[in-house]
Design a binder for this molecule. Structure first.
Ligand SMILES: Nc1ncnc2c1ncn2[C@@H]1O[C@H](COP(=O)(O)OP(=O)(O)OP(=O)(O)O)[C@@H](O)[C@H]1O
Length: 256
């Protein structure tokens, strides 16, 4: 297991999985991210918690280079996304908010295509596809068209796809939206196991506090600004709250 998930030798060994420093972004005159700074350690599950419109998707668009900002910096596994975009993005796996699988291709075809985009050879691709699908109990479904799968299983395939190239950071943008309770629970459990295994660090955007585990790091974003960051315990202490729901309410009141 350790050799399979070893970091690229070219990457700085001590780097954090993600470092965001002083990042701002505006749509025209409207600033939607304002001097955002935080870091995600290796093997950590960090929850980016914010209400609708907080700026979570915009932040993800900057991390993935869909958007560009000259104000501030983003480093993935030590690589600056502007100065070393190729290396930085090679360390990144993403599950976007909107599903992006081709419904008319099989699970296997979707994953093979993605593996090829990342430059995996055929044999390595088959091995990695098998490993990631087996971990989520989806290998037996590999020949089925994605259209035949339910929403929860489609999300599992997207998570498997995001991990094929063994990234150091996995971004998940509200991946449980629209799923039923058992599917949500399965994904929440699996992603936490994944982070706990140390294979990959996770940054999970959500506004659902029941997706948070006690061991997670919290980054609370509201109206484009970080309102709190730290362990669950630290955020509860900072806000004098009995639980995360109370802390979230206090940090995201309009006057906050
Ligand atoms: N293309 C755009 N043009 C102008 N404003 C935008 C655009 N995309 C997002 N915004 C605005 O930027 C702010 C942040 O939006 P963003 O989608 O990043 O928030 P979010 O936290 O991801 O919200 P949600 O949970 O609803 O997805 C919102 O006020 C939104 O209306």
């Amino acid at each position: 297991m350790s050799s399979k998930f070893a970091a690229s030798p070219a990457s700085p060994p001590a780097a954090k999985a993600l470092e965001v420093e002083g990042l701002s972004y505006a749509f025209g005159q409207r600033k939607v991210l304002d001097r955002v700074s935080f870091a995600v350690d290796r093997g950590c599950c960090a929850i980016l918690l914010g209400p609708n419109g907080a700026g979570k998707t915009t932040l993800f668009s900057l991390i993935t280079r869909l958007y560009d900002s000259r104000e501030g910096s983003i480093r993935i596994a030590g690589y600056d996304v502007r100065k070393a975009a190729g290396r930085a993005l090679a360390q990144l796996g993403v599950v976007f908010q909107q599903p992006t699988l081709d419904l008319d291709l099989s699970v296997l075809q979707n994953l093979r295509y993605h593996a090829a985009l990342h430059g995996l050879g055929r044999r390595q691709a088959e091995q990695r596809i098998r490993e990631e699908l087996e971990r989520q109990g989806m290998y037996a479904r590999r020949g089925e068209k994605v259209r035949q799968l339910n929403g929860g299983h489609r999300r599992r395939v997207e998570i498997a796809r995001a991990l094929l190239h063994e990234p150091r950071l996995l971004l998940l943008d509200e991946p449980t939206v629209g799923l039923d309770v058992p599917s949500r629970k399965a994904i929440v459990r699996y992603v936490h196991e994944l982070a706990g295994s140390g294979r990959v660090a996770v940054l999970w955007a959500t506004h659902l506090i029941d997706e948070i585990d006690d061991g997670d790091r919290l980054i609370v974003l509201h109206r484009g600004r970080i309102r709190a960051a730290g362990s669950v315990r630290e955020v509860l202490d900072q806000t004098g709250s009995a639980d995360v729901g109370m802390a979230f309410d206090r940090l995201t009141r309009d006057a906050a």
